[in-house]
Design a protein around this ligand. Structure first.
Ligand SMILES: [Zn+2]
Ligand SMILES: [Zn+2]
Length: 150
């Protein structure tokens, strides 16, 4: 538990540094949402985040959560999981990358892996088919080590 907290603290510091370098406004609400997501470190939906926020500020609104998520996603600090309509924190936000996510269907644990070949191949095929402005997230579903063992 302590380890997770330190890790999420380090991530927030890193994102704050990147934001400063890129002149992005990491407002308190954006920072708080990122912090909540880093501590959970699993797939999380907007309404779950809203419920967390409302523990400290009952007046929090879903639109605020959506706007913060959009900012964080746009700048590569979190990834969107299309198949779950959820989001997950990215642990290496310093460089732009295509996400490949392995998702546990039981507990929502998400593992981000890097398979550059897959991303490149898909990119090539899409370009050959005439597509532009590509973005891609590859999502695989299964059971994590803990859930699969039980
Ligand atoms: Zn990532
Ligand atoms: Zn699991």
């Amino acid at each position: 538990m302590k380890k997770t907290r330190n890790r999420s603290g380090a991530l927030i510091d890193e994102v704050a540094g990147i934001s400063q370098d890129r002149k992005l406004r990491l407002t308190p609400i954006r920072r708080e949402i990122l912090r909540l997501m880093a501590r959970k470190n699993k797939a999380v939906g907007a309404y779950e985040l809203l419920a967390d926020l409302q523990k400290s500020d009952p007046d929090s609104k879903i639109i605020t959560v959506y706007r913060a998520l959009e900012f964080l996603r746009e700048h590569g600090f979190i990834h969107r999981i299309e198949s779950l309509n959820a989001f997950v924190v990215c642990w290496h936000p310093e460089r732009k990358h295509q996400a490949q996510l392995i998702i546990c269907e039981n507990c929502g644990e998400v593992k981000e892996v890097e398979v550059p070949d897959i991303a490149d191949q898909l990119d090539k095929k899409a370009k050959a088919a005439g597509f532009t402005r590509l973005s891609q997230t590859i999502e695989a579903h299964g059971l994590c080590r803990d859930c699969g063992a039980g």
